[in-house]
Design a protein around this ligand. Sequence first.
Ligand code: GAP
Length: 445
Amino acid sequence: MSDVTMEKIISLAKRRGFVYPGSEIYGGLSGTWDYGPLGVELKNNVKQLWWRTMVQERDDMLGIDAAILMNAEVWKASGHVEGFSDPLVECVKCKRRFRADQVGDTCPECSGAFGGVRQFNMMFKTQVGAVPENEAAAVYLRPETAGGIFVNFKNIVDSFHPKLPFGIAQIGKAFRNEIAPRDFVFRSREFEQMEIEYFVRPAEWEDFFEKWRGIQLQFAERIGLSPERIHQIEVAPADRAHYSKRSIDTEFDFPFGQKELWGLAYRSDFDLSAHTNASGTDLSYLDDAAKEKFLPHVIEPTFGLDRTILAIITSAYTEDELGPSSAEASEGKGEKRVYLKFPFAVAPIKAAIFPLLKNKPELVAKAREVYLALKNDVPQIMWDDNGNIGKRYRRQDEIGTPYCVTIDFDTLGENAELLDTVTVRDRDTGEQERIAIAELKARLF
Ligand code: GAP
């Protein structure tokens, strides 16, 4: 494992347009982050891969996209109004507030004493409707996407009649008024979740719990997370969420320590039962095969997208020196470099296309032709004619582009045998290969 630090990741993420601090020119807003042009591509690639693997490639899954604002009764029934809180302490001297489990006995700012511990509810509250504030209906921004899945359970069963076991998946924003947002996008106040509620017959929960545990590991491999940084940990009963009867966290060795990346919970019939009682709508399921009506039980694999992005960048971050066999090193250009070793599927840019020199119109015209033809099929490619070739390689390495394609004088036929061929340089090895333009698409993508 390379010794990547948070300083290196945050600086690269900002410099290269992956992630910026939220509202930066106004001094920022704690716990918010904005994804830049490369960050949004990376994030979209992960979401698409997740949706494809978890929903589209399976025939036991259905997707939804529910509203972020929900009737406040949803969160009363789910136990969040009552119990979704963290312990808070306030310094009697400077009045600063901290999460009780993250500080010692005295204030880290002024050494003052703390008052008693109280519970701080993490849901953001707002109002709906153009009425005076005190009369408006209070609602919450959803603290987990799961709520939208449970309240649509009956809609989905009525529209699609899925047979058990089946799952409902959703990707979307969640909001938590964290007492102490920290560690870049790891703990923020607005973040994205990719969640599945998988409905099973009560007696079968253990089988499916194990299956989803395995699927989470497979997904980690698919997006390039270093296997030696992944740990699946049984959560002690006292530390489980209020709705869970068993939980396994997938933890990851982030630069600031081993911390929760994803969760897996056995939510039993906690939610369907609570929503049946509170809404008065019967959410039980009629099992045609067994001729029984019952509340299915739920296995919930949940994937925080922002933590996933941080884990992908941490795993991909590599510092090395191009080896003596690489063409660049043998030309005397072997130098230390930083690169992101993204798997092809998540790389924000799949290839960069360069004219060798930007002041030769015939090279630029040919390179433009290659670029436009490829871009039609592979939109995530980039044109780059800034600085010399070495600088372009370093820049593309730093954003994790797997291939750099250079159009040079041989492409134009200076060496007749090489007419209509280009050099393709591999990000990880620095090796260059000559490939016919006609073969580029099939060879690279
Ligand atoms: N529906 C279950 C649920 O929300 P959770 O463990 O509270 O469970 C699920 O959250 C995932 O959401 C976490 O594993 C983590 O990846 C992500 N997550 C939770 N709080 C977060 C925060 N403040 N900032 C970024 N990601 C967060």
